[in-house]
Design a binder for this molecule. Sequence first.
Ligand SMILES: [Zn+2]
Length: 379
Amino acid sequence: MKTYLYKLRPTKPQLAAMEQTLAVCRHLYNGALAERRDAWENERRSVTFAQQCASLPALKEKSAYLPSVHSQVLQDVMHRVSRSFENFFRRVRSGEAPGYPRFKGEHWYDSFCYRQFGDGRGAKFDADGRLSLSKVGAVRVCKDRPLTGTPKTCTVTRRADGWYACIACDTGPEPLPKTGETVGIDVGLESFATLSSGEAVPNPRLLRRAERRLKTAQRRVSRRRKGSGRRNKARVLLAKAHLRVRRARLDFCHKVAHDLVRRFDAIAIEKLNIKGMVKNRRLAKSISDAGWGLFVSVLTQKAESAARQVIAVNSAYTSQDCSHCGGRVPKALSVRLHSCPFCGFEAHRDHNAALNILNRVPKSGGDTAFGETATVVAA
Ligand SMILES: [Zn+2]
């Protein structure tokens, strides 16, 4: 699956129709959530996705607003409710303390989805390149790159700087030619990542600048009086700054992941407990900054579609152990050089860690980052 993001150029009536769709969807969402909650609280009865979908036609007949929204979009709302309950129950079962699914306020619902794409469906491209959305109209699109594969769904999203269409396409696997190379990657604070080949991927500078702007924007909002027009303006600027950071981060992850997937058949990474690390005060900023979690998911997706492997290995003592002789060389975080008293091997601390990660790739089988068993990998 590949997703394509296109900026929309709606007319005023189309804009109003999209805002209206969001409002209707949000009310339906909240209503469906209340139905499930009440059925359980009053009658100890569970309401299913199928039941809620089946009740839509009857609701539509009674409502003045529901008919203004395409039926697939309404079904998708039911899907979202169902998914948030599934997530809730899954987390309850695994012993966490999740919050009950929430009602969505005005600013907390900003997308709707056509679950089918193409001729005779809710969303399709017209011959003149406009994106035809049922009940909204034929919207002009900045189509800066062509779609590949078979488009499956179309999600319309409201963001701080306008409206976007996100079209998910089934592209099938696009395997890359084998290179016979495997790499280990260490995530660092000094560099974003260090490869077992000794290369360092520096932290993105652009991101730093975007983050400084974000801080300024945040302060501007806090200074201004609640409910004032000036604060509202500042709030929009803050949302845009957030958007910029998110985009810069994603772009960086894509570039790094693309390069790795092209060069290596198998990529070994540490099995990291991101949640645990963000709790750690000192590492918190760097880890969340570096966006390692985002990177791993981008890398995994790219690897999957290119028939490459991402292998998660045990991360204990990767920076302490000597990658050459296996001896344990304890060192503080401030010590940047690994210098082994047993065998004399010397390397940058992060390089040594990356080599350890590479060494830990199991010769046959093991966990991959996407939860399957790794097949034999040449280490
Ligand atoms: Zn050694």
